[in-house]
Design a protein around this ligand. Structure first.
Ligand SMILES: *Cc1c(COP(=O)(O)O)cnc(C)c1O
Length: 397
């Protein structure tokens, strides 16, 4: 099928949940993807921060091929070798002692919320049930995670919503301190807000959140679904602040394109997830965990985090130079290769994404007026130069 045929067929058989671009991508390699008509694009979205190693990295493809020909699935009633190898890698790279695997970011956050409430109950604190999260946050689309999400647009039409959720302004330690109290089970924050507009908090905010939680007897959950697995140039987003949470969620980049999520926790907290408390059929399956092992091992072996810090700094510097000469840009924000360009005067970013696509570049939006770039962590400086040339032209018009 060509582009037009795929687009037409989609409208007939798929639920209309997405306002999709009229584009069907059929093949990828590195930063490049091809549409069904054979046109090539440089992918500066990478599946929204998913394809960390670029498209079809040979190490990832080989791991998937090998595992697919060996064992695809067994129940979690049995031990699964690649699951153990992946958990060991994650524990070695992070604050965590234990891992629970699931299939998506929303599920990882759902597990984190359940674990926090259960842990409080086990501490003899059954009244500590509230989850405090931030305005403009994004935590997923299940009923609990959309309730924790600090954006009304994801909630409309889905009442009644679960109770025990509260939101406060992001990057405001005083507001957080005032909201956290004797009913708080946990505080749930993104180290950098992704969907909410690529918002990097002030230095010290995460540390303040840690201290507020410790003082109040609440747990700190960090949603690292978008910031984790090297996206910001360190393994976890919170590593920039030297802050360790009690629980954190991972997904997007973890499988490099294969569906997988993870909920990580310290030993003390993880012990509340005893046999029968939580489960999933597909979580941690051999295929997904073998893929994620290849992703994490490659990140470490090929020095991808250092490369991400360097190319991220270069990308940011080029964008800031563009912003300084263009009245169309209000701000450039981000960390590593998670970067937002806020357009001046609240101008919607959607049309600009369409114009970039016409020129052969894929980008996204984060909120109304922020252009989002989350390319493969392996993106090349010359690919960034090509994007900047096109973006400079478009903003000059
Ligand atoms: C994408 C995202 C989620 C949801 O992940 P899904 O895999 O779509 O369920 C949750 N939190 C953050 C910060 C995200 O960016």
């Amino acid at each position: 099928m060509n582009n037009q045929e795929i687009v037409a067929a989609a409208g007939q058989v798929l639920m209309p949940t997405y306002a999709r671009f009229p584009l069907a991508l059929v093949r990828g390699e590195g930063t490049r993807v091809w549409d069904a008509d054979g046109r090539v694009y440089l992918d500066f979205l990478a599946g929204i921060a998913v394809c960390a190693l670029g498209h079809c990295h040979p190490a990832l493809v080989a791991a998937i091929r090998e595992q697919a020909g060996t064992l695809l699935h067994v129940s979690n009633l049995y031990h699964i070798e690649p699951q153990v190898r992946l958990a060991r890698l994650l524990v070695e790279q992070t604050f965590a002692d234990k891992v629970f695997f699931c299939n998506s970011g929303a599920e990882a956050n759902e597990a984190a919320i359940k674990l926090a409430r259960k842990w409080q109950k086990d501490q003899g604190q059954p009244d500590r049930t509230e989850i405090v999260s931030a305005l403009q946050s994004f935590h997923g689309r299940t009923l609990a995670t959309l309730t924790a999400t600090g954006q009304d647009k994801v909630k409309i039409g889905f009442a009644p919503l679960p109770t025990g959720f509260l939101t406060v302004p992001y990057d405001d330690a005083a507001a957080l301190d005032a909201a956290v109290g004797e009913h708080t089970a946990a505080v749930l924050l993104e180290p950098v807000q992704g969907e909410g507009g690529i918002r990097v908090p002030s230095p010290g905010y995460l540390q303040a959140a840690r201290e507020i939680c410790d003082r109040a007897g609440a747990l700190l959950i960090l949603d690292e679904v978008q910031t984790g697995i090297g996206r910001t140039g360190l393994f976890l987003g919170c590593d920039h602040e030297g802050v360790a949470p009690d629980i954190c969620s991972l997904a997007k980049g973890l499988g490099g394109g294969v569906a997988i999520g993870a909920c990580l926790a310290t030993d003390a907290v993880a012990s509340s997830f005893g046999p029968g408390t939580h489960a999933t059929t597909f979580g941690g399956n051999p295929l997904a965990t073998a893929a994620a092992c290849a992703v994490v091992q490659t990140l470490l072996d090929e020095g991808v985090l250092g490369r991400c810090r360097e190319t991220g700094a270069y990308f940011m510097e080029r964008l800031k130079a563009l912003a300084s000469t263009s009245a169309a840009v209000a701000a450039v924000r981000g960390r590593g290769l998670l970067i937002g360009v806020e357009l001046a005067g609240g101008r919607p970013a959607g049309p600009l994404v369409g114009e970039l696509m016409d020129r052969g570049f894929l980008a996204g939006t984060a909120g109304e007026s922020v252009l989002r770039f989350a390319p493969p962590l392996t993106v090349e400086p010359n690919e960034i130069d090509a994007l900047l040339a096109a973006l400079g032209d478009l903003l000059a018009d």
